[in-house]
Design a binder for this molecule. Structure first.
Ligand code: URP
Ligand code: ZN
Ligand code: ZN
Length: 470
């Protein structure tokens, strides 16, 4: 009887802290040994010339999420997680979204039905709180945190989701009590409404004006307000999808004051700019790049790099939120009347790791260990999955990506495995690419060929985040 089910031999193991030439032995879906030389496995994979890194964890994706009357999201759990594993990501955390008036428990149960038996990658759920009623904050939310849904997101904009300041304070206070980690979408609703109406009155309705309607100042103001509320209620928060210097500096300022404020950024803020939305009419489809906060400019990209290099951002997530580029999505008849109806969000779960490697590690902006921290380890730590996920050491789940740091690829739609009909990164040339993805010891994707099956991925009940309130 062999000692191991699988060995990965001849590669270089890269974790958030170390880079070592080592073999990896896997037994029962877990890493059983990391050693100079491992013999005696039922199957062996030759990883010579490759990096052996923890499978990606994408802690910010939207799959099969209700859009409250807007176009349907193009990825469900099956296609979204298929896309994830093709890009080297083995765990995703999408959002169970509470429509106003709904019970959180019912929302979670329905979302499980969407996911059950369909996933190629492991998954947990964050919650989205839109209606912080006394029963939600008093009973449902604390009970769900105890059941492994240990983080939730709140919105400072979007008519169907926005919380006012009093509600934010109540929710933050509840998070402190039940030790949930709060994710904040920081853009100010009233300022965006004001700007949108002003632009529409001037006939400025093309997709490009989406970015003009929510400039960095709107994000900065909301980030500062969220930080102030967090300080007042003494609760740590994570400000998600930070787009540029203004919000990044607010987070850095708060961190320098000793506050537990964390930050996340995403590929669109290092790879796209507002100019991408400049298809000045709907036929040129600037709508393909419409997301919130919107991509900014090259100076903002540099600020995001500073935030990544200085540790202001703990996580690099995709904010995968896919809509078709057609009449069912970005160019619906309603969306053609104004940018304000273009569904917000872009696909990215499959390209996240290749973009950070290509623009970051390959260009010398960050190191390999920082790459692992930003794409995997820190997500596991932040969201209560560590030490099950997020590293390569005995006892961890054998979630692994074999990475070719020299492989040159051009991102293009024909390489993608999701259901969306475009990638906003079409034509982006990168060096560094995933060649095999392994989920709990099972190779699930090799050279873009899906080997896994729906149902390989399982639900992850998460622990309390060590970054949440003590
Ligand atoms: O435009 C975006 N980011 N849509 C996804 C929803 C969100 O706010 O994360
Ligand atoms: Zn958001
Ligand atoms: Zn999002």
């Amino acid at each position: 009887m062999p000692d191991f089910d699988l060995s990965i031999r001849g590669g270089t193991v890269v974790t958030a802290s170390d880079t070592v030439r080592a073999d990896v032995g896997i037994r029962n879906g877990r890493i059983a040994a990391v050693a100079d030389r491992i013999e005696g496995a039922a199957r062996s994979i030759d990883a010579s010339g490759l990096l052996v890194m923890p499978g990606g964890i994408d802690s910010h994706v939207h799959l099969a999420q209700p859009t409250f009357g807007g176009p349907k999201m193009s990825d469900d759990f099956l296609t979204g997680t298929r896309s994830a594993i093709a890009g080297g990501t083995t765990t995703v955390i999408p959002f169970a979204t509470q429509p106003r008036g709904a019970s959180l428990r019912a929302v979670v149960s329905d979302y499980h039905k969407e996911a059950d038996g369909k996933c190629f990658a492991d998954y947990g759920f964050h919650l989205i709180i839109t209606d912080p009623s006394p029963s939600v904050l008093g009973q449902e939310l604390p009970a769900l945190v105890g059941d492994g849904y240990t983080s939730f997101k709140v919105f400072m904009t979007y008519a169907d989701m926005v919380l006012n300041d009093r509600e934010l304070l109540e929710v933050f206070d509840c998070a402190r009590g039940c030790r949930a980690l709060v994710m904040v979408h920081a853009e100010g609703y009233d300022a965006i409404q004001f700007m949108t109406e002003r632009l529409e009155r001037a006939g400025k309705t093309a997709p490009y004006y989406h970015g003009v309607s929510r400039p960095e100042i709107v994000e900065r103001e909301a980030a500062h307000r969220a930080i102030s509320h967090a300080e007042l209620t003494d609760v740590p928060i994570m400000i998600v999808h930070v787009s540029g210097r203004e919000a990044m500096e607010q987070i850095r300022w708060a961190q320098n004051r000793g506050l537990k404020i964390y930050g996340e950024t995403c590929p669109q803020y290092i790879a796209l700019t507002a100019d991408d939305m400049k298809g000045l009419n709907m036929d040129e489809s600037g709508g393909k790049y419409v997301c919130s906060p919107p991509p900014r400019d090259h100076a903002s990209q540099e600020a995001i790099w500073q935030g990544l290099q200085q540790g202001v951002f703990q996580t690099f997530s995709s904010d995968h939120c896919p809509f078709m580029d057609g009449v069912d999505g970005k160019r619906s008849p309603k969306a053609r009347t104004s940018f304000k109806w273009v569904p917000n969000g872009i696909p990215g779960v499959e390209t996240r790791m290749a973009i950070l490697w290509g623009l970051g590690v390959d260009k010398g902006r960050i190191g390999m260990n920082e790459f692992v921290a930003l794409t995997s380890t820190n997500h596991a730590k932040m969201y209560g999955l560590y030490p099950q996920k997020g590293s390569i050491a005995p006892g961890f789940d054998a979630d692994i990506v074999l990475w070719d740091p020299n492989r040159k690829e051009t991102i293009r739609q024909e390489l993608m495995h999701g259901a969306c009909d475009y990638t906003p990164y079409e034509g982006l040339a990168v060096t560094g690419w995933p060649v095999m993805t392994i989920l709990r010891g099972k190779p699930v994707c090799e050279e873009g060929k899906i080997l896994g099956e729906p149902g390989d991925g399982g639900f992850l009940k998460r622990g309390i985040s060590p970054y949440a309130a003590k």
